[in-house]
Write a protein that binds this ligand. Structure first.
Ligand SMILES: Nc1ncnc2c1ncn2[C@@H]1O[C@H](COP(=O)(O)OP(=O)(O)OP(=O)(O)O)[C@@H](O)[C@H]1O
Ligand SMILES: O=C(O)C1=C[C@@H](O)[C@@H](O)[C@H](O)C1
Ligand SMILES: [Mg+2]
Length: 174
């Protein structure tokens, strides 16, 4: 199997963290669309949104997705990558898409501990817990629609990696 692997899910579900460990386990390269686009723009997400609005950011993240997609690549996407129908279709057609599912409580706990405001400016103007609940309610169906596999992302990163390897039939002890 050499297809790119796309990790999707809400802010804080662990796409970046798990993606790096998954790439190591498979000896694949790792790319993160948020990191790619911030480097390419010379601005962080908050600065892009301030200058270009969310519409400008969304355009840049679609470009990032196209730019980093390659064989033997694990790709951590931004939490809103699935909003565009063309991104969902592109990921499903070009590779294997994995939804890292976690509860609102778990996501809010992680985001409160590690807010990284430069990369995660507010989406709704609400507090973290209310925002996570509102955004997940709106997007959960899109993550599921995009995904070939759903894994439990509330477990420690190595266990999430194992679940993914099992879903891909790349591990023996599942
Ligand atoms: N499986 C896990 N168990 C415990 N903590 C985790 C886990 N995965 C990630 N974290 C922690 O949660 C925080 C958010 O993780 P990460 O940045 O990987 O999420 P993300 O899905 O890439 O978010 P974003 O959509 O904003 O890019 C990090 O500080 C990370 O250490
Ligand atoms: O959930 C979202 O819409 C976002 C998640 C982050 O990964 C970044 O892509 C950005 O902050 C937007
Ligand atoms: Mg990330």
């Amino acid at each position: 199997m050499t297809q790119p692997l796309f990790l999707v899910g809400a802010r804080g579900c662990g796409k970046t963290t798990v993606g790096g460990e998954l790439a190591q386990a498979l000896n694949y390269r790792f790319a993160d669309t948020d990191h790619w686009l911030q480097q390419n723009a010379g601005m962080n997400v908050a600065q892009i949104v301030e200058g270009e609005g969310w519409a400008g950011f969304r355009q840049r993240e679609s470009q990032a997705l196209q730019a980093v997609t390659a064989p033997e690549q694990v790709i951590a996407t931004g939490g809103g990558m699935v909003l565009a129908d063309h991104n969902r279709r592109f990921m499903r057609e070009r590779g294997v898409v994995i939804y890292l599912e976690a509860s609102v409580a778990e996501l809010a706990r992680r985001l409160e501990a590690f807010p990284e405001e430069g990369q995660r400016p507010t989406l709704t103007g609400r507090g973290i817990s209310d925002e996570v609940a509102e955004v997940l309610a709106a997007r959960d169906a899109l993550y599921r629609e995009a995904a070939h596999h759903v894994v439990d992302a509330s477990l420690p990163p190595q266990q999430v990696v194992t679940q993914i390897l099992c879903a891909l039939r790349l591990a023996d002890a599942c």
